[in-house]
Write a protein that binds this ligand. Structure first.
Ligand SMILES: Cc1ncc(COP(=O)(O)O)c(C=O)c1O
Length: 1013
């Protein structure tokens, strides 16, 4: 490989042992052999000996040879440079690109915030909770909505959630919607995809081609005719043609008809000096009801469309106290710890999939949390004045450009009477496509040809969007291009532009405080210290695969060639990214053994939804419309049943009997699917089974030995097989999913493929499918042809599930990781993960019982579940700690030892699910095992410790019961919230002998008990 000059890395890899270890596996070969020896094995492949031979992959997946660190860096830089970035861009089209405050990359580099898990252990996650709370507050101040959730995938999926929410809120059981045709076509496509086969219906009301908006009178007529079933009207504030809709009229119309006003907005435009806050829409100012938006551009560059940041808001005031209970996704709320210290905690969780399963308000689990964190940082860094400036600059640029371009003969505003803000459509005297191409030749991404959005357009309509990134020289070159390309003789006289009516403008300032940048940096650093990261120690959350996230992945994703590419860029300029996506498709075919792959889904739960939507489309295509049952094991993750419901398999029960929807399959004593129960269900629902969803290895960490047999039974019934691949870290490279009979599987990239969890997201998913589902794949496929890499729609595609191409930035990360693993690395990675789990289990099972009851034929894979010994439960009960209340506090003891807790009480109520991953040395695993054994001794000796844990986190145990009684999800920000220090920092705990920690716990517990006496 020839060597080019590379930008210096922003860290010194030689100081990061996990970063430079081969395949990011720090255990030495000797340590690996020692662990194998303890288990009585001599080679890694013996760990998979119990997997039925026909399911095993013969050869390692056919990936390129691994790249060493320096070559990897050079490779990704060269790859990013295959994208051709323009010198200036006027793309936007609902995904603009603004300047990014310096604080944002700084916060993005705070590893404890970026790599932490969802804050299910609030005492160890105050950093994440606070940043997401700040996001909720900033967005609440901008929008005037009281309750903003901690994020959705993107604007399009947030819109779908809004429709579901409005239907749930309808007291009359209304399920019909009117959607303005001026919403983004990409978003409308996602609505079409995801509502197909559900009970929700909608109509799209067309745009008036003269005015660029949907006239209220037309809409009113349609709405009144359908009023009895109308649950909501969804409309944009600034539409996909840049025009301002009649927001007050639309809000009032919805309310007059007893429907919800659902507004789609851009928070950047709601700054002081900008547009009216949706919380004040309507002639009386009572506001819209549900808010949807995209906020990616508050914080990060376009990344070819993702990770995005879907905004979702609800009213939560005196008139709407209960609506929030129907909202999808996570909320962070105000709380106190047991000693009355201020804290944050996730609230209203009982609505969510992990608790309510098929009755959840949504299937969303992993969200876009870290982009929300960065958006909070961006808004705080800009402050009131910075937000105003960005918004006004975008407006000023649009006005200047419009005034000057309209002097070019033949160029006119497509909608001269309709006000716009920072984007407008021009009618050209030539084809827009040809002008776009001319501009491209001059390294300018001119705009988006929107002719297809305007009925009767002659192909000459061009949308130009503006932000704070254009300076006078860019506008100058834009005008020059028009003058030259259109080549008409004389300039026209000045044209007047439509005014934005005062009723469309923001009335009161947002009131964001402004802080010194250094103060903000220190604040975010102190927040990061409240979390822990898998960088330092084992982060043993079972089923979550908290492995090490290589720094180099972050560098790759942030390379300007990748990060600044807009999803509307011509494909010829996007060759570097398209090649990555193509290779990712190919790699995952090899890894799964399945013939086709989509890279569009953005989380595991969304992968599941894609799978079930494809199942429905497949059955429909065969005229097989009676299939209304999805079989799911009892132990499945809550997203599985929630997904089935969202896809349209709503559960109807009569007494204990399920008539349709989700039917649970029991597990046998070995933790695997009970085959006799499955057979009974197949008999009972013959001809009606759409499919089965099985996690494999299952959530007990056991490989489902009968998977192929199960698949054959389901196929014989005409059903299809979904494999939840959350646990691919155990089997990647070893098991051929085609041989197992899988029709669709998702890989959670934020688990197996090293995407950081971001305190809850953004995650990512790749779905691989069998031959029979390949024609139905969502979105686009990247194909290689003589012209390079291009995009193709699968012939019977279900449609898109994301407004663009999914979380492309995450595909860059996964690609970078896969190039470091290479052919040999995929197998080695999963084998060492299984080895680490087996070794740890081997050490712990001498002290703790395993759940479900261990059997010789079900060796644990990458994770295992332990519980407390019976004698310990009895000791605890004698001390007033019931069996049901013992496991949660025992999990909190892990925090005292500087670790994160394992997954607590899932899927076994009394279980601790531990997944160590391949990212730690034997010495680290040994210390971890010793710590857990010591915890048991401590509790046996002094059970009251469980009354007082945790002791060293910044706060004591958080009172989430009170937080859920009086839910507070936002406040007006005036000062930076107080950040309490750790009582003993995790780094310090990591240096202390375990006995010294135990002694400190004894002392702290006694003092706490004394003080509460
Ligand atoms: C077994 C299993 N299935 C599905 C999911 C949902 O995946 P995601 O959070 O990426 O949507 C999870 C997440 O933890 C999981 O553990």
């Amino acid at each position: 490989m020839s060597h080019m000059t590379l930008p210096p890395l922003p860290y010194d890899p030689t100081t990061l042992p996990r970063e430079t270890a081969r395949h990011y596996i720090p255990a030495t070969d000797q340590e690996i052999q020692a662990m194998l020896g303890t288990l009585g094995l001599s080679q890694l492949d013996e760990l998979f000996a119990h997997i039925p031979a026909p399911a095993r992959m013969v050869d390692p997946p056919d990936l390129p040879e691994e790249l060493g660190y320096a070559d990897l860096y050079q490779h990704v830089v060269a790859q990013s440079q295959k994208n051709r970035l323009p010198a200036m861009t006027f793309l936007g089209d609902g995904l603009p690109h603004y300047s990014v405050p310096d604080l944002v990359p700084f916060v993005a580099g705070l590893r404890e915030l970026m790599t932490a898990y969802t804050p299910y252990q609030p005492e160890r996650s105050q950093g994440t909770l606070m940043t997401q709370w700040l996001y909720q507050c900033c967005l609440a101040m901008l929008t005037g909505f009281e309750a903003i959730n901690a994020s959705q995938y993107d604007r399009a999926t947030a819109l779908v959630e809004a429709l579901y929410t409005a239907a749930r809120l309808s007291r009359q059981g209304r399920t019909h919607f009117l959607l303005l045709g001026s919403l983004w076509p990409q978003d409308l496509e996602v609505v079409r995809t995801l509502l197909a086969g559900t009970r929700l219906t909608y109509e799209v009301v067309p745009i008036d081609p003269e005015r660029g908006i949907v006239p209220l009178a037309v809409l009113e007529q349609q709405a009144c005719a359908q009023a009895a079933m109308l649950a909501g009207i969804a409309f944009p504030q600034v539409n996909s043609l840049g025009c301002l809709e009649d927001i007050d009229g639309l809000t009032d119309l919805a309310h007059r008809l007893g429907a919800r006003a659902i507004v789609v907005t851009d928070p950047m435009l709601l700054a002081t000096g900008g547009l009216k806050a949706p919380g004040t829409f309507g002639a009386e100012g009572e506001g819209a009801d549900i808010l949807v938006g995209e906020a990616q551009h508050l914080a990060i560059p376009p990344h070819y469309g993702g990770p995005g940041l879907g905004v979702f808001g609800m009213r939560y005031n005196a008139a709407h106290q209960q609506d929030i209970r129907q909202a999808p996704g996570r909320f962070v709320g105000d709380a106190q710890d047991e000693a009355g210290r201020p804290a944050k905690v996730m609230v209203l969780s009982t609505r969510e999939q992990h608790i309510r399963r098929h009755k959840a308000t949504s299937n969303i689990c992993t969200n876009q949390g870290f982009v929300a964190t960065l958006a909070a940082a961006a808004v705080l860094a800009r402050g009131e004045e910075g937000m105003r400036k960005a918004c006004r600059q975008a407006r000023a640029n649009a006005l200047t450009a419009a005034r000057r371009l309209l002097r070019v003969p033949g160029v006119s505003l497509a909608f001269p009477e309709t006000p716009f803000w920072n984007a407008f459509v021009l009618a050209l005297p030539c084809s827009s496509a040809s002008l776009v191409e001319t501009a491209r030749q001059r390294r300018m991404h001119l705009g988006v040809d929107v002719s297809l959005r305007i009925p009767g357009s002659g192909g000459n309509h061009l949308l130009l969007s503006f932000s704070d990134l254009q300076g006078p020289e860019h506008l100058e070159r834009l005008v020059a291009l028009f003058a030259e390309a259109i080549a008409m003789p004389r300039a026209k006289a000045a044209v007047s532009l439509p005014e934005v009516p005062a009723t469309g403008l923001r009335r009161k300032p947002v009131g964001l405080p402004s802080w010194d940048q250094e103060q903000l940096r220190a604040f975010f650093v102190s927040l990061s210290e409240q979390n822990i990261s898998p960088d330092r120690t084992c982060y043993p959350l079972g089923s979550c695969t908290m492995k090490y996230n290589p720094y180099i992945n972050e560098v790759a994703a942030a390379l300007p060639g990748f990060a600044y590419l807009h999803p509307a860029a011509p494909w010829a300029d996007a060759q570097g990214t398209l090649e990555v996506l193509y290779n990712v498709q190919e790699y995952f075919k090899a890894i799964t053994g399945l013939p086709a792959v989509t890279t569009q889904p953005v989380a595991g739960a969304q992968g599941e939804l894609v799978g079930l939507k494809m199942f429905q489309a497949y059955h429909r295509s065969r005229g097989d419309t009676q299939r209304d049952i999805v079989l799911i094991p009892h132990s499945a993750h809550g997203t599985n049943p929630a997904t089935a419901t969202m896809a349209g398999f709503e559960t109807v029960q009569r007494g204990a009997e399920t008539l349709s929807g989700v039917v649970e399959i029991n597990a046998g004593p070995n933790g695997q699917i009970a085959m006799d129960h499955l057979r009974q269900l197949l008999d009972r629902y013959r001809g009606r089974i759409a499919g089965i969803m099985v996690t494999n290895p299952n959530t007990s960490g056991v490989f489902e030995r009968h998977f192929a047999e199960i698949a054959a039974l389901i196929h014989a019934e005409g059903g299809l097989v979904y494999m939840d691949g959350a646990n691919m870290n155990a089997i990647a490279g070893w098991v051929n999913l085609s041989a197992l009979g899988v029709d669709a599987v998702h890989n959670n990239n934020h688990k197996t493929w090293t995407i950081p969890h971001g305190g809850g997201g953004p995650g990512d998913a790749i779905v691989a499918v069998s031959e029979r589902l390949a024609p139905f794949l969502p979105g686009v496929q990247v194909v290689r042809s003589g012209h390079g890499y291009t995009l193709q729609h699968p012939p019977q595609s279900i449609g898109s599930v994301h407004r663009h191409f999914g979380n492309v930035g995450h595909k860059i990360r996964a690609y970078t990781y896969l190039r470091a693993l290479g052919r040999a690395g995929v197998r080695r990675m999963s084998a060492v993960a299984v080895l680490a789990a087996r070794y740890l289990h081997h050490r712990l099972k001498l002290h703790f019982p395993t759940l479900p009851q261990e059997t010789p034929d079900s060796p644990r894979m990458h994770e295992f579940i332990i519980t407390l010994p019976e004698a310990t439960f009895e000791t605890l009960e004698a001390a007033g700690i019931s069996r049901a209340r013992a496991i949660g506090p025992f999990g909190k003891l892990f925090l005292d030892f500087g670790y994160h807790a394992p997954t607590v009480s899932f899927p076994e109520a009394q279980g601790l699910m531990i997944e160590p991953t391949e990212s730690y040395t034997k010495a680290e695993l040994d210390r971890f095992a010793n710590a857990i054994i010591l915890m048991l001794h401590l509790v046996n000796e002094q059970p009251t410790i469980l009354h007082t844990v945790p002791h060293f986190t910044p706060v004591d145990r958080i009172d989430d019961v009170s937080a859920n009684k009086r839910v507070v999800v936002s406040t007006r920000l005036t000062t930076l919230p107080q950040v309490l220090p750790n009582r003993i920092a995790p780094d310090q705990l990591a240096q202390m002998p375990l006995e010294a920690i135990a002694e400190a716990i004894r002392t702290a517990s006694a003092a706490k008990l004394e003080s509460t006496r």
